[in-house]
Design a protein around this ligand. Sequence first.
Ligand SMILES: Cc1cc2nc3c(=O)[nH]c(=O)nc-3n(C[C@H](O)[C@H](O)[C@H](O)COP(=O)(O)OP(=O)(O)OC[C@H]3O[C@@H](n4cnc5c(N)ncnc54)[C@H](O)[C@@H]3O)c2cc1C
Length: 323
Amino acid sequence: MKIWIFAELSRRRLSQVALELISCARGLAADAKVTAVLIGHDLDAAIREAAAVGAAQIIAADHPLLENYDDCRYEAILTNLVRKYNPDILLGGATAVGRALLPRCAVKLHTGLTADCTQLAIEPEKGLLLQTRPAFGGNLFATIKTAEHRPQMATVRPQVMKVTPFTMVEEPEIIHVAPSEDELKGSFDWLDFIPKPESDNDLRNAKVIVTAGYGCGPDGVKLVRDFAAAAGATLAASRPVVDAGWLPYSCQVGQTGTTVQPDIYVAVGVSGAIQHWVGMSNAKKIIAINKDSDCFMMQQADVAVQADLFALLPAVISKIKKN
Ligand SMILES: Cc1cc2nc3c(=O)[nH]c(=O)nc-3n(C[C@H](O)[C@H](O)[C@H](O)COP(=O)(O)OP(=O)(O)OC[C@H]3O[C@@H](n4cnc5c(N)ncnc54)[C@H](O)[C@@H]3O)c2cc1C
Protein backbone atom coordinates (compact mmCIF):
# COMPACT_ATOMS: atom_id res chain seq x y z
CA MET A 1 0.00 0.00 0.00
CA LYS A 2 1.52 3.28 -1.13
CA ILE A 3 0.98 5.92 1.56
CA TRP A 4 2.21 9.40 0.77
CA ILE A 5 2.76 12.20 3.22
CA PHE A 6 2.97 15.77 2.03
CA ALA A 7 5.85 16.54 4.40
CA GLU A 8 5.39 20.21 5.13
CA LEU A 9 8.48 22.21 5.95
CA SER A 10 9.03 24.99 8.38
CA ARG A 11 12.15 27.04 7.63
CA ARG A 12 13.74 24.10 5.73
CA ARG A 13 13.08 21.62 8.57
CA LEU A 14 10.34 19.03 8.64
CA SER A 15 7.32 20.35 10.53
CA GLN A 16 6.23 18.48 13.63
CA VAL A 17 3.02 17.30 11.93
CA ALA A 18 5.05 15.80 9.06
CA LEU A 19 7.07 13.77 11.56
CA GLU A 20 3.83 12.66 13.24
CA LEU A 21 2.24 11.62 9.94
CA ILE A 22 5.24 9.66 8.64
CA SER A 23 5.39 7.86 11.97
CA CYS A 24 1.64 7.16 11.99
CA ALA A 25 1.64 5.95 8.36
CA ARG A 26 4.28 3.32 9.15
CA GLY A 27 1.84 1.67 11.56
CA LEU A 28 -1.27 1.91 9.39
CA ALA A 29 -0.79 -1.32 7.42
CA ALA A 30 1.67 -4.21 7.42
CA ASP A 31 2.43 -3.61 3.74
CA ALA A 32 2.61 0.19 4.08
CA LYS A 33 5.30 1.82 1.95
CA VAL A 34 5.60 5.34 3.28
CA THR A 35 6.72 8.10 0.96
CA ALA A 36 7.50 11.61 2.18
CA VAL A 37 7.00 14.26 -0.49
CA LEU A 38 9.16 17.31 0.15
CA ILE A 39 8.66 20.50 -1.79
CA GLY A 40 11.02 23.37 -1.00
CA HIS A 41 14.61 24.48 -1.30
CA ASP A 42 17.84 23.15 0.18
CA LEU A 43 16.18 19.98 1.34
CA ASP A 44 19.13 17.93 2.63
CA ALA A 45 18.35 18.37 6.35
CA ALA A 46 14.65 17.67 5.82
CA ILE A 47 15.45 14.54 3.78
CA ARG A 48 17.57 13.24 6.67
CA GLU A 49 14.74 13.97 9.11
CA ALA A 50 12.18 12.15 6.96
CA ALA A 51 14.48 9.14 6.72
CA ALA A 52 15.13 9.11 10.46
CA VAL A 53 11.44 8.96 11.29
CA GLY A 54 10.71 6.09 8.89
CA ALA A 55 10.01 7.19 5.30
CA ALA A 56 10.93 4.31 2.97
CA GLN A 57 10.92 6.61 -0.03
CA ILE A 58 11.50 10.35 -0.26
CA ILE A 59 10.51 12.44 -3.25
CA ALA A 60 12.21 15.82 -3.20
CA ALA A 61 11.27 18.72 -5.47
CA ASP A 62 13.98 21.27 -4.81
CA HIS A 63 14.15 24.75 -6.37
CA PRO A 64 14.85 28.28 -5.06
CA LEU A 65 11.36 29.32 -6.20
CA LEU A 66 9.89 26.67 -3.89
CA GLU A 67 11.54 28.10 -0.77
CA ASN A 68 8.22 29.60 0.33
CA TYR A 69 4.75 28.11 -0.06
CA ASP A 70 2.91 29.05 -3.23
CA ASP A 71 -0.53 27.56 -3.98
CA CYS A 72 -0.03 27.18 -7.74
CA ARG A 73 3.53 25.84 -7.71
CA TYR A 74 2.99 23.36 -4.89
CA GLU A 75 -0.34 22.18 -6.28
CA ALA A 76 1.06 21.63 -9.79
CA ILE A 77 4.05 19.67 -8.51
CA LEU A 78 2.10 17.52 -6.06
CA THR A 79 -0.75 16.67 -8.44
CA ASN A 80 1.69 15.79 -11.25
CA LEU A 81 3.62 13.51 -8.91
CA VAL A 82 0.40 11.81 -7.81
CA ARG A 83 -0.63 11.28 -11.44
CA LYS A 84 2.76 9.74 -12.18
CA TYR A 85 3.12 7.42 -9.18
CA ASN A 86 -0.56 6.74 -8.18
CA PRO A 87 -0.35 6.49 -4.39
CA ASP A 88 -3.27 4.82 -2.59
CA ILE A 89 -3.34 7.43 0.17
CA LEU A 90 -2.17 11.05 0.43
CA LEU A 91 -2.04 12.72 3.85
CA GLY A 92 -1.03 16.17 5.03
CA GLY A 93 -1.23 18.27 8.17
CA ALA A 94 -4.36 20.27 8.95
CA THR A 95 -2.21 23.40 9.05
CA ALA A 96 -2.59 26.67 7.15
CA VAL A 97 -0.52 25.21 4.28
CA GLY A 98 -2.08 21.72 4.36
CA ARG A 99 -5.59 23.15 4.48
CA ALA A 100 -4.83 25.31 1.44
CA LEU A 101 -2.90 22.80 -0.65
CA LEU A 102 -4.57 19.43 -0.20
CA PRO A 103 -8.14 20.50 -1.12
CA ARG A 104 -6.77 22.16 -4.28
CA CYS A 105 -5.02 18.91 -5.21
CA ALA A 106 -8.14 16.85 -4.38
CA VAL A 107 -10.19 18.96 -6.81
CA LYS A 108 -7.58 18.58 -9.56
CA LEU A 109 -7.36 14.82 -8.95
CA HIS A 110 -11.16 14.37 -8.74
CA THR A 111 -11.02 12.63 -5.42
CA GLY A 112 -12.41 13.15 -1.93
CA LEU A 113 -10.69 14.67 1.08
CA THR A 114 -11.56 14.45 4.77
CA ALA A 115 -10.34 17.53 6.60
CA ASP A 116 -9.10 17.72 10.19
CA CYS A 117 -9.00 14.01 11.00
CA THR A 118 -8.22 12.96 14.54
CA GLN A 119 -7.84 9.25 13.85
CA LEU A 120 -6.81 7.07 10.89
CA ALA A 121 -7.03 3.33 10.39
CA ILE A 122 -7.21 0.78 7.57
CA GLU A 123 -10.40 -1.24 7.12
CA PRO A 124 -9.28 -4.88 7.30
CA GLU A 125 -11.71 -6.23 4.65
CA LYS A 126 -11.19 -3.81 1.77
CA GLY A 127 -8.04 -1.99 2.81
CA LEU A 128 -9.78 1.38 2.65
CA LEU A 129 -8.58 4.31 4.73
CA LEU A 130 -10.94 5.02 7.63
CA GLN A 131 -10.82 8.77 8.14
CA THR A 132 -12.30 9.81 11.47
CA ARG A 133 -13.08 13.38 12.42
CA PRO A 134 -15.43 15.27 14.77
CA ALA A 135 -18.76 16.11 13.10
CA PHE A 136 -21.96 17.98 13.97
CA GLY A 137 -20.21 20.51 16.17
CA GLY A 138 -18.04 17.79 17.66
CA ASN A 139 -20.99 15.93 19.15
CA LEU A 140 -20.11 12.74 17.30
CA PHE A 141 -17.23 11.24 15.37
CA ALA A 142 -17.78 10.44 11.71
CA THR A 143 -15.68 7.83 9.93
CA ILE A 144 -15.43 8.56 6.23
CA LYS A 145 -14.21 6.33 3.41
CA THR A 146 -13.19 7.23 -0.12
CA ALA A 147 -14.35 4.07 -1.87
CA GLU A 148 -14.35 5.06 -5.53
CA HIS A 149 -11.55 7.54 -6.12
CA ARG A 150 -7.80 7.65 -5.62
CA PRO A 151 -5.81 8.74 -3.80
CA GLN A 152 -7.75 8.65 -0.54
CA MET A 153 -6.91 12.04 0.93
CA ALA A 154 -7.06 13.47 4.44
CA THR A 155 -5.60 16.26 6.50
CA VAL A 156 -4.77 15.42 10.11
CA ARG A 157 -4.67 17.81 13.04
CA PRO A 158 -1.18 18.44 14.44
CA GLN A 159 -0.43 16.81 17.80
CA VAL A 160 -3.01 14.01 17.57
CA MET A 161 -0.59 11.36 16.25
CA LYS A 162 2.49 10.32 18.17
CA VAL A 163 6.04 10.12 16.82
CA THR A 164 7.18 6.60 17.65
CA PRO A 165 10.81 5.40 17.74
CA PHE A 166 12.19 4.03 14.47
CA THR A 167 15.34 2.09 13.71
CA MET A 168 16.50 2.41 10.13
CA VAL A 169 17.39 -0.96 8.59
CA GLU A 170 17.61 0.13 4.98
CA GLU A 171 18.45 3.55 3.53
CA PRO A 172 15.32 5.08 1.96
CA GLU A 173 15.05 5.48 -1.79
CA ILE A 174 15.45 9.15 -2.67
CA ILE A 175 13.95 10.52 -5.87
CA HIS A 176 14.97 14.04 -6.86
CA VAL A 177 12.55 15.72 -9.23
CA ALA A 178 13.28 18.86 -11.22
CA PRO A 179 10.15 21.04 -11.41
CA SER A 180 9.21 22.10 -14.93
CA GLU A 181 8.84 25.72 -16.05
CA ASP A 182 5.08 25.28 -16.07
CA GLU A 183 5.07 23.94 -12.53
CA LEU A 184 7.09 26.93 -11.36
CA LYS A 185 4.57 29.52 -12.54
CA GLY A 186 3.72 31.28 -9.29
CA SER A 187 0.54 32.91 -8.08
CA PHE A 188 1.99 35.79 -6.05
CA ASP A 189 5.19 37.65 -5.19
CA TRP A 190 6.77 36.80 -1.87
CA LEU A 191 7.71 40.03 -0.11
CA ASP A 192 9.05 39.05 3.29
CA PHE A 193 8.95 36.55 6.13
CA ILE A 194 8.17 38.00 9.55
CA PRO A 195 8.39 35.35 12.28
CA LYS A 196 5.60 35.28 14.83
CA PRO A 197 6.88 36.69 18.14
CA GLU A 198 7.80 33.98 20.66
CA SER A 199 4.83 33.48 22.94
CA ASP A 200 5.31 32.75 26.61
CA ASN A 201 2.13 30.70 26.33
CA ASP A 202 3.42 27.97 24.04
CA LEU A 203 0.71 25.35 24.56
CA ARG A 204 1.91 22.98 21.84
CA ASN A 205 5.29 22.40 23.47
CA ALA A 206 4.20 22.70 27.10
CA LYS A 207 5.05 19.77 29.38
CA VAL A 208 2.68 20.78 32.19
CA ILE A 209 -0.59 22.58 31.50
CA VAL A 210 -3.09 23.95 34.01
CA THR A 211 -6.47 24.74 32.46
CA ALA A 212 -9.17 27.00 33.79
CA GLY A 213 -12.72 25.89 32.97
CA TYR A 214 -15.96 27.85 33.07
CA GLY A 215 -16.63 26.56 36.59
CA CYS A 216 -13.82 28.84 37.80
CA GLY A 217 -15.60 32.10 37.00
CA PRO A 218 -13.42 35.23 36.61
CA ASP A 219 -12.11 35.04 40.20
CA GLY A 220 -11.29 31.36 39.90
CA VAL A 221 -9.39 32.04 36.65
CA LYS A 222 -7.10 34.39 38.62
CA LEU A 223 -6.55 31.64 41.19
CA VAL A 224 -5.78 29.12 38.43
CA ARG A 225 -3.33 31.62 36.91
CA ASP A 226 -1.53 31.88 40.29
CA PHE A 227 -1.55 28.10 40.62
CA ALA A 228 -0.04 27.67 37.12
CA ALA A 229 2.63 30.30 37.85
CA ALA A 230 3.54 28.71 41.20
CA ALA A 231 3.73 25.25 39.61
CA GLY A 232 5.77 26.50 36.62
CA ALA A 233 2.99 25.31 34.29
CA THR A 234 1.52 26.81 31.14
CA LEU A 235 -1.92 28.35 31.53
CA ALA A 236 -4.78 27.20 29.29
CA ALA A 237 -8.55 27.60 29.10
CA SER A 238 -11.71 25.96 27.89
CA ARG A 239 -13.67 27.78 25.22
CA PRO A 240 -16.35 29.41 27.43
CA VAL A 241 -13.54 31.00 29.44
CA VAL A 242 -12.18 32.52 26.24
CA ASP A 243 -15.66 33.48 25.01
CA ALA A 244 -16.23 35.29 28.30
CA GLY A 245 -13.01 37.24 27.74
CA TRP A 246 -11.33 35.96 30.91
CA LEU A 247 -8.35 34.57 28.96
CA PRO A 248 -7.18 35.12 25.35
CA TYR A 249 -7.83 32.72 22.48
CA SER A 250 -4.15 31.70 22.48
CA CYS A 251 -4.99 29.81 25.71
CA GLN A 252 -7.88 27.79 24.26
CA VAL A 253 -7.55 24.01 24.14
CA GLY A 254 -9.90 21.88 22.06
CA GLN A 255 -11.48 21.32 18.72
CA THR A 256 -11.49 25.00 17.79
CA GLY A 257 -8.41 25.81 19.84
CA THR A 258 -5.01 24.16 20.20
CA THR A 259 -4.41 20.42 20.44
CA VAL A 260 -1.95 19.66 23.23
CA GLN A 261 0.09 16.65 24.33
CA PRO A 262 1.64 17.56 27.71
CA ASP A 263 3.04 15.15 30.26
CA ILE A 264 0.58 16.48 32.84
CA TYR A 265 -2.77 18.20 32.18
CA VAL A 266 -4.57 19.68 35.16
CA ALA A 267 -8.19 20.53 34.38
CA VAL A 268 -9.73 22.84 36.98
CA GLY A 269 -13.50 23.30 36.74
CA VAL A 270 -13.62 21.72 33.27
CA SER A 271 -16.51 19.30 32.64
CA GLY A 272 -14.83 17.44 29.76
CA ALA A 273 -17.11 18.18 26.79
CA ILE A 274 -16.06 16.23 23.70
CA GLN A 275 -14.91 19.40 21.94
CA HIS A 276 -12.47 20.03 24.80
CA TRP A 277 -11.52 16.37 25.22
CA VAL A 278 -10.34 15.95 21.59
CA GLY A 279 -7.77 18.68 22.20
CA MET A 280 -6.13 17.19 25.29
CA SER A 281 -6.92 13.47 25.57
CA ASN A 282 -3.36 12.58 24.46
CA ALA A 283 -1.93 14.05 27.68
CA LYS A 284 0.16 11.44 29.49
CA LYS A 285 -1.49 12.12 32.87
CA ILE A 286 -4.75 13.94 33.46
CA ILE A 287 -5.56 15.46 36.83
CA ALA A 288 -9.10 16.81 37.27
CA ILE A 289 -10.23 19.16 40.03
CA ASN A 290 -13.99 19.49 40.08
CA LYS A 291 -16.95 19.61 42.44
CA ASP A 292 -18.83 17.08 40.34
CA SER A 293 -17.32 13.60 40.52
CA ASP A 294 -19.68 12.35 37.79
CA CYS A 295 -18.56 14.70 35.02
CA PHE A 296 -16.67 13.17 32.07
CA MET A 297 -13.34 14.80 32.94
CA MET A 298 -13.43 13.38 36.48
CA GLN A 299 -14.46 9.96 35.17
CA GLN A 300 -11.60 9.86 32.65
CA ALA A 301 -8.86 11.48 34.75
CA ASP A 302 -5.90 9.50 36.08
CA VAL A 303 -6.29 11.49 39.31
CA ALA A 304 -9.71 12.92 40.14
CA VAL A 305 -9.84 15.41 43.02
CA GLN A 306 -13.39 16.17 44.10
CA ALA A 307 -13.18 19.61 45.63
CA ASP A 308 -14.31 23.21 45.42
CA LEU A 309 -11.45 24.96 43.65
CA PHE A 310 -11.83 28.04 45.86
CA ALA A 311 -11.19 25.90 48.93
CA LEU A 312 -8.43 23.76 47.42
CA LEU A 313 -6.25 26.01 45.26
CA PRO A 314 -5.21 28.68 47.84
CA ALA A 315 -3.92 25.90 50.10
CA VAL A 316 -2.08 24.20 47.22
CA ILE A 317 -0.52 27.49 46.06
CA SER A 318 0.74 28.38 49.52
CA LYS A 319 2.14 24.87 49.95
CA ILE A 320 4.03 25.10 46.62
CA LYS A 321 5.36 28.56 47.56
CA LYS A 322 6.59 27.32 50.97
CA ASN A 323 8.52 24.48 49.33
C1 LIG B 1 -18.37 23.62 17.25
C2 LIG B 1 -17.94 23.70 18.68
C3 LIG B 1 -16.58 23.81 18.95
C4 LIG B 1 -16.15 23.88 20.28
N1 LIG B 1 -14.81 23.97 20.52
C5 LIG B 1 -14.38 23.97 21.81
C6 LIG B 1 -12.98 24.01 22.11
O1 LIG B 1 -12.11 24.11 21.23
N2 LIG B 1 -12.62 23.96 23.41
C7 LIG B 1 -13.52 23.88 24.45
O2 LIG B 1 -13.10 23.85 25.61
N3 LIG B 1 -14.85 23.86 24.18
C8 LIG B 1 -15.30 23.91 22.91
N4 LIG B 1 -16.64 23.91 22.67
C9 LIG B 1 -17.56 24.07 23.82
C10 LIG B 1 -17.84 22.76 24.53
O3 LIG B 1 -18.97 22.14 23.93
C11 LIG B 1 -18.19 23.01 26.02
O4 LIG B 1 -19.25 23.93 26.11
C12 LIG B 1 -17.00 23.54 26.83
O5 LIG B 1 -15.87 22.75 26.63
C13 LIG B 1 -17.36 23.51 28.30
O6 LIG B 1 -16.36 24.17 29.00
P1 LIG B 1 -16.13 23.93 30.54
O7 LIG B 1 -15.92 22.48 30.81
O8 LIG B 1 -15.09 24.89 30.99
O9 LIG B 1 -17.52 24.45 31.18
P2 LIG B 1 -18.72 23.64 31.78
O10 LIG B 1 -19.16 22.54 30.88
O11 LIG B 1 -19.74 24.67 32.17
O12 LIG B 1 -18.14 22.95 33.08
C14 LIG B 1 -17.80 23.65 34.24
C15 LIG B 1 -17.32 22.63 35.27
O13 LIG B 1 -16.87 23.33 36.41
C16 LIG B 1 -17.26 22.61 37.57
N5 LIG B 1 -17.30 23.56 38.68
C17 LIG B 1 -18.17 24.59 38.89
N6 LIG B 1 -17.84 25.28 39.99
C18 LIG B 1 -16.74 24.67 40.52
C19 LIG B 1 -15.94 24.91 41.68
N7 LIG B 1 -16.17 25.92 42.50
N8 LIG B 1 -14.89 24.07 41.93
C20 LIG B 1 -14.63 23.01 41.10
N9 LIG B 1 -15.35 22.76 39.99
C21 LIG B 1 -16.40 23.57 39.69
C22 LIG B 1 -18.61 22.03 37.22
O14 LIG B 1 -18.89 20.89 38.03
C23 LIG B 1 -18.41 21.67 35.74
O15 LIG B 1 -17.96 20.33 35.60
C24 LIG B 1 -17.09 23.84 21.35
C25 LIG B 1 -18.45 23.71 21.05
C26 LIG B 1 -18.87 23.65 19.74
C27 LIG B 1 -20.33 23.50 19.46
